[in-house]
Structures are given as C-alpha cells and as structure tokens.
Design a binder for this molecule. Structure first.
Ligand code: AHR
Length: 496
C-alpha cells in the first residue's frame, strides 16, 4: 500500500518554543576542558574559548545552554569558580571521579554565552549545597543592588547583572548515583522552600522542578506538592507560579537498528503522561486558570548507552546513521508535542554524548549533528497538523513497555510553519532496506526544497578523516509521489 502523509499548514496546533533546540554543557569528560575551553590551543580566542565550537553553536542557533551539570552539580560550590584564577581551589569531583580545577566557572560560562549569543540555564546544587549558597549565586548573577555578592561580581570585573533567567532545583535527585539522593517527600519539601526564597530574592527567575522520566511516582508526588497556588509572601499574585517547568530525562539506545530508531517514541508517551500529571496536580490543588501551567523541560535527551560509553570515561559516543535517525525521531516528538514542551536540551553539546567532537586540530560533526542542524534551522514557528498512514514496525522496541502504547510507523512525521510562511515537513524513514514512494497530500506544487540526511548504511559514522553521513540538497516540483529513501531523514520545504 502506498503510504499517505497529509498536512494542513493552515491548521496550526501550537507555537514551538525556540528553547527546544537547547544544549547542555557539564563539567564532565572533555565537554568544558578541551571542548568549550581549550586555552593555549591555536584554535582558541583570548579567553581560551574554542572558536570553532563557538561557530558551531552559532550555526545551530542554539538558544539556551544548561550548566554546570548534570550529576556534577551535586557537589559543586560555585564560589570556588569565581575570582582570580590562581586563587581558585582544585577540588575532588565526585560525580565522574576526577579533579575539578575550577579554572572555568560562572563568569567564564556567562561570558561564553554572550559570545555565542545563547541564554544560560543554571542548575543548583541540591546535594552538598545550601540555600544560602543558592541565594548567593542568584544574587551574584542577577542583582543590581549594593549587596555583598552583587559587589563581589563587580569586584570580579562585571558591573552589569547577567540576568540569568532559568534555574533548576537540583538534578536527578531521585538517582542512587546522586550525592545527596533524596526521597520524593524530602525533595518536594526542600524544593518548595527553596523556590519560595529564590523567588523572593528575584521574582523574574524561572524555576525548574526536578522530575524523573515523567512517568514515575516521583514525578506525580513532586508535582502534587510543588505545583500549588500558595503565594504567601509573593504578593498574592494570581498570574505567577513558583514553578515554571518540570524537568524530565530520558536516554534511548539499542544495539538493534529498528529498536534504536523507534525508541524515542517512548519520550512522546512520557510527555503525554507528564502533561497529565501536571494537569492533575493543578486540579487537585485548585490552581486558578489564570496561573499558567508549568511546561515540560526535557533537559536531558539523546541516544546514549552508558555501558557502551561510560560516564566516568567521558561518554564519547560514536554515532551511527541509525543514531541520527533516532535523533530526528526525538526532534519530531518535540515538534509534535510543542504545546507542552517549554525547553529541551540535547545531552550534551560538546564531546560528551555529543554531535560535536573536538580534536586538537579541528571539529568533527557526528552523524547526529545533521538532523539537529536541519531541525533547529527549519522546524521553528508553529507545529501544524500532519498525519501519516503507512505500515508499522512490529518488532522489539526499547523500552519494552512501549509496545502497545505507542505507534511505530515506518515513516515518522512532524511539520512546522515558520513566521516567514515556509512550511517544512520532516520525515524519518526508519526502514533500513526500503524506500517508500509516498502520496504527500497538502504539499504545494512548484518548488519544493529537499534536504536529505543519509549514508551508505545504518552503521555509517563520521569520524576524523571519514565523513559518511551528511546532507544532500535537491529540489522536487511537488507533483506526483515523493520517494523517501531507506534509512533517511528528509525535510521538504515550500512557501505556503
Ligand atoms: O548527561 C550525562 C549525565 O546523565 C548527567 O550528568 C546526569 O544528569 C545524567 O544521569
């Protein structure tokens, strides 16, 4: 049977938040040291920032970058990383078992964000950190008053506040690997009290609650306890909420190609479940409709097998074309679920489980770089109605619970219309051997620009000196059927 994709660009479903194309830079492996920051390398600028990495972030138009962890943040004291570099203390690092020199810290990261033109998103230390320390960090970054930490920032050379908007209330605090792991009851109580204090200090910040994978009892409980309309001390506002977003993390991976490329569909189910839990918390807590619902912050997502690429060894995954298809499927999920997703951060952005790999002499763009680039460039604006009717993959999926709860068609589809009136249809053909001649209903006849990510086979990789996967550009007249090549990501673009 001929597959049919139907798209109606006039049917706008939701605004796609630009922040779904966010990144993540953790003090882990070679992400910061040797990645973003590489002083002494001829490829670096006067700040020690790698210029080729900066250019890649600009090319991606990456809107927001999460920092400094991840698990790293659970023992991180931000004060160690500010002031004169020769006085900064090296410390044992307990997440990835190393030594943190503190050579790169708050001011360096915020300066790097300004050079790149991206917004910072900080995670607070909920492990060994105190509320006083968290308040001091917000004051250091954001206050324009004549107070101690704002003055410390001035003394360190920065007069104007940085106005860091996004702050996470810890990271994966449910995890047994976490320094300071908590019960959901302990976390919810602490998160709510910290949130209150932080918003009193700076009401303009947006706080992100620490969830799990969006489907757990941890998620249900912390949402119920923290998504409340309890504004004591906050001016009795009916339009503001303490919690702006609820964070969830999922990594997918499977050795078998089809299970690998279809696994990101589980994230779609997780988003739907999380959205329902948010709604339920608001209903149970009688939150007035004037208070906006927290959105979902998918602040760690990617293809990662921690056995194949262990965190302690720097998690340097070598991505295949199969992984690039999975990344495109992940991005299709964010576009389709735009109504509830406020931010998403690929984990991570440089060297560690990343589409970008630095060497001492240059930059390698892994297979997964290409779908990320195409989506960030073209899949902005509004998500629009798109439907696919085609055969389905019926074998093993990862995770196992997905079978029966999520459809896995051979063609995975999303669509967007930009502010400029250009419509983009993104299609991932996960089939390793079969091209699909497809009836694309709703495409406009004329000039359709075609961008295809493909390679010699699903195991193809991009490593130094061998780039097997890239983007092929072509055109189609929009007439008749379009054939989506086997194992490919295709973006079709036309002016509405
Ligand atoms: O991104 C790598 C690690 O994965 C992060 O530090 C942690 O939050 C997650 O477990």
């Amino acid at each position: 049977d001929t597959p049919v994709i139907s798209i109606n660009p006039a049917h706008r479903v939701a605004k796609i938040n630009d922040n779904v194309y966010g990144g993540f830079a953790e003090h882990m492996g070679r992400c910061i040291y040797g990645g973003i920051y590489d002083p002494g390398n001829p490829l670096s600028d006067e700040n020690g920032f790698r210029k080729d990495v900066i250019e890649a972030f600009k090319e991606l138009n990456c809107p927001v970058v999460r920092y400094p962890g991840g698990n790293f943040v659970a023992t991180y004291h931000w004060l160690d990383g500010v002031g004169p570099k020769d006085q900064r203390p090296p410390r044992p690092e307990l997440a990835w078992i190393g030594v943190e020199s503190n050579e790169f810290g708050t001011d360096e990261f915020l300066k790097w964000c300004e050079v790149v033109g991206t917004e910072p998103y900080f995670a607070l230390n909920f492990g060994t950190g105190t509320l006083d320390e968290a308040l001091a960090w917000v004051e250091y970054c954001n206050s324009s008053k004549n107070t101690y930490y704002a003055n410390l920032r001035r003394k360190n050379g920065r007069e104007e506040p940085y106005n860091v908007k996004y702050w996470a209330l810890g990271n994966e605090m449910w995890g047994p690997w976490q320094v300071g792991q908590m019960t959901k009851e302990d976390y919810a109580k602490k998160a709510y009290q910290w949130a209150k204090a932080l918003k009193l200090l700076d009401p303009s910040i947006q706080l992100i609650l620490c969830g799990q994978d969006g489907t757990s009892s941890w998620d249900a409980y912390v949402l119920k306890e923290c998504v409340k309309w309890d504004v004591h001390g906050l001016g009795g506002s009916t339009t503001a909420s303490l919690i702006a977003m609820h964070s969830i993390h999922i990594y997918t991976a499977s050795a078998a190609h089809l299970a690998n490329a279809t696994a990101p569909r589980s994230a779609e189910r997780a988003i739907e479940v999380t959205a329902a839990l948010i709604d339920l918390a608001r209903i149970e807590n009688n939150v007035p409709p004037s208070v906006p619902a927290p959105s979902i912050c998918f602040d760690e997502w990617n293809v990662w097998d921690p056995v194949r690429a262990p965190g302690e060894a720097g998690a340097e995954e070598k991505y295949t074309l199969s992984d690039a298809l999975a990344v495109a499927a992940w991005l299709n999920v964010f576009v389709r679920q735009a109504r509830r997703v406020g931010m998403a951060n690929v984990a991570q952005s440089v060297n560690v489980i990343s589409p970008l790999m630095t060497t001492k002499t240059g930059l390698v763009k892994q297979t997964t770089w290409w779908p990320l680039l195409l989506f960030s460039r073209f899949m902005r604006g509004h998500t629009v109605a798109a439907h696919v009717a085609c055969g389905e993959y019926e074998g093993e999926t990862a995770p196992r619970w997905m079978r029966g709860t999520v459809a896995t068609p051979w063609l995975d589809v999303s669509a967007a219309v930009g502010e400029d009136g250009w419509v983009t249809l993104a299609v991932v053909n996960v089939h390793a051997e079969r091209a699909f001649e497809t009836d694309v209903q709703g495409v406009k006849e004329g000039v359709v620009k075609v961008y295809t990510v493909e390679g010699p086979g699903v195991d193809a990789v991009n490593v130094e000196g061998k780039e097997e996967v890239g983007v092929r550009e072509s055109e189609w007249d929009g007439r008749g059927k379009f054939t989506f090549p086997k194992a490919s990501v295709t973006l079709l673009r036309w002016k509405a």
